[in-house]
Design a protein around this ligand. Structure first.
Ligand SMILES: [Zn+2]
Length: 437
């Protein structure tokens, strides 16, 4: 016998019923069919009979002890017995489930407490917008255009802001988040945006709700944007970098749509390689010329993918090399690249509109012209440079940092930085140099 049981009823007929129900022969088979026990008192079917047996008795499987509480496994029917596996008993599993639920409930409680703190802290943030860099201001103006009027009146998600550029929305939004223009507002986030790990909170930028941080004096109303629109742009090297980020995104969006047309898919590593090749090429050529290059190499890769020994993945992996070689060849031969029209399905985005509005450049503008326009030797920048240098030098002397400043400056120049880059790095390491006097 491997089944133990206990009958709570005093009636002999009940005790006999339970014994017959669980009775086994030497091989462990049940002696009688359950149907042979019927009818019993007024009970005519098996399921009623089994539930009656459970009312008046309790049975357990003596083959298995729970590995946690060491109790025998409780069985409610013959099929329970036949499917019995042991290991952990039902009540231990139930207890574990309850413990997990309790732990989870506490975690959610803790997470919510933390999120309340974050909400309060982020809602009270203020930023001095006059300290923003030119590229950050232009990007903010583009964002405001793309989600107007939501930026100033409510919160928004990453998915709402895809109109800013043809691709890389996350990159551009993160830039605004990193410089303090945007913060996040937990009550409006998507489910699963925040995770509590060892008392610290992490979050997915793709799931949080972003909120514009108000200016210290102008808040976040129209006056703030009026001030930003009126601002003079002099930090040309920063604007150039933003243009290149934008131009690369315009090329990548074209690459992705051409690839999907031919069923090709590049991986993240190849995308990085391609971006870096395009970024360099954009110093010479226009976005629209690079579209024609992309069009050609994707076509070549697609025809390669139909060959034996070539898969789509292998063919896609040849793209970075193909773009690079094709461009090198054009330089060698001195050919002018063909220029494509902007595809209808790929709008320039509000950042593209801003560049056209402020600087008159777009996908047709040659990289060489853009480089010239934003070069450090440009007059405006020289003027800005002169002003900044005298201001920074004054501050350095005032703060007694003169010697330190010169030594560090020389160090930056030796490491290959330009004069402007060296100055920018110095201001980064000594933020007090840039304070208004
Ligand atoms: Zn147990």
């Amino acid at each position: 016998m491997t089944i133990g049981f206990e009958v709570y009823s005093d009636k002999e007929i009940d005790r006999a019923l339970v014994s017959r129900y669980w009775a086994q022969d030497e091989e462990g088979k049940f002696v009688e069919k359950v149907s042979e026990l019927l009818p019993f008192e007024g009970i005519k079917n098996i399921s009623q009979l089994v539930s009656y047996i459970n009312e008046i008795s309790k049975a357990w499987d003596e083959r298995f002890q729970c590995s946690r509480c060491e109790e025998y496994q409780v069985i409610r029917s013959r099929s329970d017995y036949l499917s019995s596996k042991g290991i952990v008993c039902r009540s231990c599993i139930q207890k574990e489930k309850e413990d997990n639920e309790e732990r989870r409930r506490k975690e959610v409680e803790r997470l919510n407490e933390k999120l309340d703190e974050i909400t309060e802290k982020n809602s009270s943030l203020r930023l001095n917008y006059t300290n923003l860099k030119d590229d950050e201001v232009l990007l903010l103006l583009a964002l405001s255009k793309s989600i107007n009027p939501r930026l100033t009146s409510s919160t928004f998600k990453l998915s709402n802001s895809t109109g800013i550029a043809p691709a890389d929305t996350l990159f551009f939004i993160k830039k605004l988040y990193d410089c303090g223009v945007l913060t996040h507002y937990p009550p409006h986030a998507l489910e699963g945006a925040y995770i509590l790990e060892d008392e610290s909170i992490s979050f997915y930028l793709s799931r949080v709700a972003f909120m514009l941080v108000p200016d210290v004096s102008l808040g976040r109303g129209e006056a703030l944007f009026e001030m930003l629109r009126m601002r003079e742009h002099k930090q040309l090297s920063r604007i150039l970098q933003l243009w290149l980020d934008y131009a690369v995104s315009d090329c990548m969006a074209y690459l992705f749509s051409e690839c999907s047309l031919h069923g090709l898919e590049t991986d993240a590593e190849d995308d990085l390689k391609i971006k870096s090749i395009l970024r360099t090429a954009l110093e010479t050529w226009s976005i629209a010329q690079l579209w024609s290059v992309i069009w050609k190499v994707v076509r070549d890769a697609a025809s390669l993918s139909t060959r034996v020994y070539y898969s789509k993945a292998k063919a896609a992996a040849t793209l970075p090399g193909k773009i690079k070689r094709y461009l090198e060849q054009q330089v060698k031969e001195g050919t002018t690249l063909k220029s494509w029209e902007r595809p209808n399905h790929q709008p320039a985005g509000t950042l593209g509109d801003i560049f056209y509005e402020y600087f008159g450049i777009d996908e047709q503008t040659l990289g060489l012209e853009v480089m010239e326009m934003f070069s450090e030797s440009n007059e405006e920048e020289a003027e800005w440079f002169e002003e900044s240098v005298s201001h920074i030098m004054e501050r350095a002397l005032f703060l007694g940092l003169g010697a330190r400043f010169l030594i560090d400056f020389a160090e930056h120049i030796r490491s290959g930085k330009s004069v402007v880059e060296a100055l920018a790095s110095l201001v980064e390491s000594y933020p007090e140099l840039d304070d208004a006097t």
